[in-house]
Design a protein around this ligand. Sequence first.
Ligand SMILES: Nc1ncnc2c1ncn2[C@@H]1O[C@H](COP(=O)(O)OP(=O)(O)OP(=O)(O)O)[C@@H](O)[C@H]1O
Length: 338
Amino acid sequence: MTQTPILELRKVAKSFAKGDDIVSRAARKLGLLAPNRPLHAVQESSLQIWSGEIVGLVGESGCGKSTLGRLAAGLIRPTCGAVLQDGKDVSTMTRSERRQAKLKTQMIFQNPYASLNPRAKIGQAVGEAARFHGLLDDGSGRTSYEDYVESQLARVGLDSGYKNRFPHQLSGGQRQRVAIARALAVKPHMLICDEVVSALDVSVQAQILNLFIELRDRLNLTYLFVSHDLHVIRYLSDRVVVMYLGQVVEEAPAEQIYRHPNHPYTRALLAEVPRLGEGKSQFTAIKGEMPSPLDPPKGCPFHPRCIHATARCAVEAPAIVEIAPGHRSACHLNQMSH
Ligand SMILES: Nc1ncnc2c1ncn2[C@@H]1O[C@H](COP(=O)(O)OP(=O)(O)OP(=O)(O)O)[C@@H](O)[C@H]1O
């Protein structure tokens, strides 16, 4: 493990202005609409990712996983806090440094069909960005565009014939392989994968997950793997980060979190996971609803749904603290038991 994390989010927060379009603004001026309130998608969260790790990010729908992923990928800027790549604050980088930083961290999404141009052949989709950035060299001395595209496709298990096909001629799994090839074509160090197997059949999911593991080993990649599926996260991750209502509430090495979950939210989440073969592999919602990020509760974000909540939990937000080596949790109960 190197001294400096490959990626660090330092107390980042991201708020979105709801209804910031021209009609809403006019309606608000006329008093026809309530004042604009920010939606707190991510609240003061920190995360360090070390080279070669696979970090799984889990939590219920709407807890801010994708927003944290997009912040990490540099696709959106934090409202406050800092994003550091190899120890350097992205906001203080020069334009060319920032371009390099963006190339180093690539993001892959759930639906590759939406991010592939339906009129562009696969070969173009895979090689275009690499050609633009002058990266057409796979280390073998072959630098032709065709060769480069073919070697990128071969890496994800697609033969050269695919380069002349269009996205609609491919299956979901093949399209996801293309999305992986396209991301890797610009030689990133890190991939941020947002629900990348959620839309695939279970058998195809396993193939794609194994491909990710193989590529990590072969190319010494680092992953931030965002998923609501705890089976996927367990299968893949070295370390797991749990988010609730815009905040990181627990993080630990994967086996530690699955065997000894600490935070009441993590425990509830794991208790709800149906075992494989017993139906859906996704968890259902925990009792009660997650509060709105437009109006997050005071104190611990989980206290309105927590069976262990005390009066303190309703007024004071617990800090995330180390409770065992590499295991951090944000719960007042830990301080009481010490
Ligand atoms: N561009 C945006 N504008 C306004 N609100 C947004 C935007 N992006 C996300 N949000 C809101 O931020 C909150 C967190 O969303 P986010 O997509 O990060 O959560 P998530 O955990 O990834 O959920 P899901 O798995 O359902 O995508 C949600 O309430 C969402 O509606």
